[in-house]
Design a protein around this ligand. Structure first.
Ligand SMILES: Nc1ncnc2c1ncn2[C@@H]1O[C@H](COP(=O)(O)OP(=O)(O)OP(=O)(O)O)[C@@H](O)[C@H]1O
Ligand SMILES: O=P(O)(O)OC[C@H]1O[C@](O)(CO)[C@@H](O)[C@@H]1O
Ligand SMILES: [Mg+2]
Length: 322
């Protein structure tokens, strides 16, 4: 009888903790006596049959590294039925009984499409955007948040030395999580997020007053989905009476060594995904719910749409003056 075989891939924007997750998947498979195949470059690798058998050696010394050694991609072909069928046929041809997809909401859509093509798939939410419902955190969001906070701490040093306002743009697509959480954690004055309207004139009035009262700097966090930092800086710079500078944090946010939170989440998600596949499950996403790992139908995750900002966080930010 041939050996049982599972596959794994990383898809969408890379996020810190993907390597640690692949490592956990590999170790869980090998502990169960199951072969594990890694596809390269996300769904592109499934379609173009780019794969390698993974061993403990393949995942040695990767746990602490950001990015993904399997590499990732945004694969247009996977958006079409023909690409999805080809990907599923390739998996069936290799005798793969189940697939672990590590990626964001788009990658989960791909996972759902493969499930419909007869492949058992378990999704692992991994995206710095933290925009996926049915999990308290997506992998990599915590590390990205730490990267942002480190940058803002540095900016505050220089801003306060010159009485300046910095407008800092974070990633997150249409989700304001990174902007609002980093504002709370770094002591920023504003978090402009797509989930809430804002009034530039009010902001200017308030900033002007702050400087008149003797404050030496102000930080405005802007989620990319809420506006362009440069445009906001241009709108405010002549109205507040103090110099304004812009920092677009960009892909810096996505890199670097995963935090302990992301590393341990990676371990839990990776092992839970393999256990689910080996138990015959499929079409589910693993998620973190109040410190426990839960499985949710991918269909339900997708139907729910983008994860909103917790009202408790919005209230917390308001109380703290963000
Ligand atoms: N509707 C869909 N059907 C099939 N495949 C999809 C669909 N949407 C996205 N995908 C696949 O998933 C890949 C990754 O999606 P996307 O670029 O949205 O990133 P993501 O997984 O959401 O991660 P992140 O948002 O963190 O970058 C896409 O390039 C595509 O191959
Ligand atoms: O790396 P790319 O393809 O430029 O995509 C950037 C996008 O990916 C993310 O980093 C993750 O989804 C978003 O926050 C950002 O808008
Ligand atoms: Mg996404």
């Amino acid at each position: 009888m041939s050996r049982r075989r599972i596959a794994v891939l990383t898809s969408g924007g890379d996020s810190p903790g993907m390597n640690a997750t692949v490592r956990a998947v590999v170790r869980a498979c090998l502990a169960a006596g199951v072969e594990i195949v890694g596809f390269q470059k996300g769904y592109t690798g499934l379609i173009d049959r780019l794969y390698e058998t993974l061993t403990t050696r393949s995942v040695s010394n990767v746990l602490q590294r950001g990015g993904t050694f399997l590499q990732s991609a945004r694969c247009k072909q996977m958006m079409e039925e023909a690409g999805q069928r080809l990907a599923a046929d390739n998996l069936k041809g290799l005798g793969v009984e189940g697939l672990v997809v590590i990626g964001g909401d788009g990658s989960l859509r791909g996972a759902h499409a493969l499930q419909r093509q007869g492949i058992r798939v378990i999704g692992i939410p991994a995206s710095i955007d933290n925009d996926i419902p049915f999990t308290d955190m997506s992998l990599g969001a915590d590390t990205a948040l730490n990267n942002i906070i480190h940058a803002v701490d540095c900016l505050k040093d220089t801003a306060s030395s010159h009485d300046r306002t910095f407008v800092v743009e974070t990633m997150g697509r249409n989700c304001g999580y990174l902007a609002v959480m980093s504002a709370i954690a770094s002591g920023a004055e504003y978090a402009l997020i797509p989930e809430a309207p804002y009034d530039i004139d009010d902001i200017c009035k308030n900033l002007r007053r702050r400087y008149q009262e003797g404050r030496s700097n102000s930080i405005i966090m802007v989620a990319e989905g809420a506006g362009k930092a440069q445009q906001i800086a241009d709108q405010i710079k002549d109205k507040i009476g103090f110099e304004t500078r812009v920092m677009i944090l960009g892909h810096y946010q996505r890199g670097g060594s995963p935090t302990s939170f992301d590393r341990t989440l990676a371990a839990r998600f990776g092992v839970a995904a393999v256990e689910a596949l080996l138990a015959g499950d499929g079409g589910k996403m693993v998620g973190l719910s109040y410190s426990s790992i839960q499985l949710t139908d991918i269909e339900e995750v997708l139907a729910k749409g983008r994860r909103g900002i917790d009202p408790v966080i919005v209230k917390l930010a308001a109380t703290l003056g963000v």
